[in-house]
Design a binder for this molecule. Structure first.
Ligand code: FES
Ligand SMILES: [Fe+2]
Length: 452
């Protein structure tokens, strides 16, 4: 594992028999991780089979599929799936693979099936729960054994599904804590963000910005918890914003676009003081005390007090985290209501989606703020994202450099590495990243039973 040697199951020996493969968890040490976790196709395949199969993954939001038959086709743990609204009003997550010969039932993106899903290849049709409704030329199957075959069971469910405040999660393998135990404090965070609506209900709005990042998913997810980088990485955009706004000879408050960008140039003390919280299973909250979003809530405080009461409204208004990380698949912001979803495609390719939410019944300014933020910060043509994406692509390439195969996570680490980690840390503490990798090692344990 030392020096320039890659993991024997990895980049240098893809053909090694499984029996000879050491435990992949050795690639993660308490304060550093091996480069193969970002680059190796076999590690990526194991991640999909173990970590991404065991974790509760964000699938979508139920406001995307308001009516029975509405669907979204998407990638989940590098597999094609459908999220659709069933006849009974529930949400199904099914493999997007015809039971006959494997054709997709719908192209990626939003769609509408009506009462039946129909395969365009040979015309098999399915009810909205995935069961087979019709097989053309059925007589030709008499005596063939089809009724006892897997194909007769129809579309395969992805796994267990759980919905909280409209946020749909699924896991392929029931191996680990159930939904509520696995999510823990994150459910409170979802409640606070949903209660930004006087009707206590969010709705996806304004479409989804999608871009393929030429880097491993973990490089992206680390960055979500990396508050050390904005002053250096995003110096050019904040400096341009300062110069542009500085030329305006007015005592007025800067426009929203400026109020969203200028805080990226805050000093390291600001980012450290905003605080981070380490939660079990790799989850975290960055910005427990303050964040770069604290200055532009865009909510009608009076409407929220009337809807939720004084005390609850104060909590909702005071919750403006930089990022709530739902490990490993999603990161959500309170103000503005935007979310990033990670969909790994390959060791060096990650589909990144940026979403905006509208709090139902709220001042339209809240949605305008979310859409503006996504355009300014997360879209491929934004002024901020390209700084990061350029670096992520570069890191993916530069990790090929021999000599030092380890990536450092030392910042803020003190004392005994075996001691339980603190719950609350400074915003610049890489304890937030070590927390992600502790979960990585837990979730990469070999399965107890046979693989599904
Ligand atoms: S592959 Fe779908 S009907 Fe044949
Ligand atoms: Fe960044």
């Amino acid at each position: 594992m030392d020096g320039a040697r890659a993991w024997p199951g990895g980049t240098e020996a893809a053909a090694a028999p499984d029996a000879a493969v050491p435990d992949v968890r050795a690639l993660v040490r308490p304060h550093e991780v091996h480069r193969d976790i970002y680059r190796c196709p076999r590690v990526f395949a194991l991640e999909m089979q173990r970590l991404w199969a065991r974790a509760w993954l964000f699938v979508g939001h139920d406001s995307q599929v308001p009516e029975p038959g509405d669907l979204v086709a998407l990638q989940l743990a590098a597999q094609p799936v459908l999220m659709l609204r069933r006849e009974d009003g529930g949400i199904a997550v099914l493999h997007n693979r015809c039971a006959h010969k494997g054709a997709p039932l719908a192209p990626e993106g939003p769609g509408r099936a009506g009462r039946l899903l129909r395969c365009h290849y040979h015309g098999w049709s399915y009810r909205l729960d995935g069961s087979v409704a019709g097989v053309p030329q059925r007589g030709g199957y008499e005596g063939s054994g089809l009724d006892a075959a897997a194909a007769a069971r129809g579309l395969t469910p992805y796994g267990e599904v759980a919905v909280h405040r409209g946020f749909v999660f699924a896991r392929a393998r029931a191996d680990g804590p159930g939904f509520e135990a696995a999510m823990g404090e994150l459910l409170d965070a979802l409640d606070l963000i949903a209660d930004r609506s006087p009707r206590a209900r969010l709705r996806v709005a304004g479409g989804v910005l999608r871009s393929v990042v030429p880097a491993n998913w973990k490089i992206y997810l680390e960055n979500v918890n990396d508050a050390l980088h904005p002053p250096s990485t995003h110096g050019s955009v904040t400096e341009s914003a300062r110069r542009l706004w500085g030329r305006q000879e007015t005592a007025q408050e800067p426009p929203l676009a400026m109020r969203q960008l200028l805080p990226f140039g805050s000093g390291p003390d600001f980012f450290d003081q905003m605080g981070g919280r380490l939660l079990p299973h790799g989850h975290s909250i960055l910005g427990t005390r303050q964040s770069i979003h604290s200055g532009y809530g865009g909510l009608d405080a009076q409407a929220l007090r009337a809807a939720h009461g004084e005390e609850r409204a104060a909590r909702v208004l005071g919750f403006a985290p930089q990022n709530v990380v739902f490990y490993p698949s999603m990161a959500l912001k309170g103000t503005p209501q935007v979310m990033r979803v990670l969909r790994p495609l390959a060791p060096d390719r990650t589909l990144l989606e940026a979403w905006a939410f509208e709090p139902e019944g709220a001042d339209p300014a809240a949605l305008r703020s979310a859409l503006l933020y996504n355009r300014q910060v997360f879209s491929p043509w934004s002024m901020v994202a390209h700084d990061d994406l350029h670096l992520f692509e570069g890191i993916q390439r530069s990790l090929a450099a021999d000599g030092n195969p380890w990536v450092s996570l030392h910042r803020g680490a003190r004392g005994n590495a075996d001691a339980p980690p603190p719950r609350d840390v400074g915003g610049l503490d890489e304890g937030l990243l070590r927390n992600q990798y502790r979960a990585w090692a837990e979730l990469m344990a070999p399965p107890a039973g046979p693989a599904p």
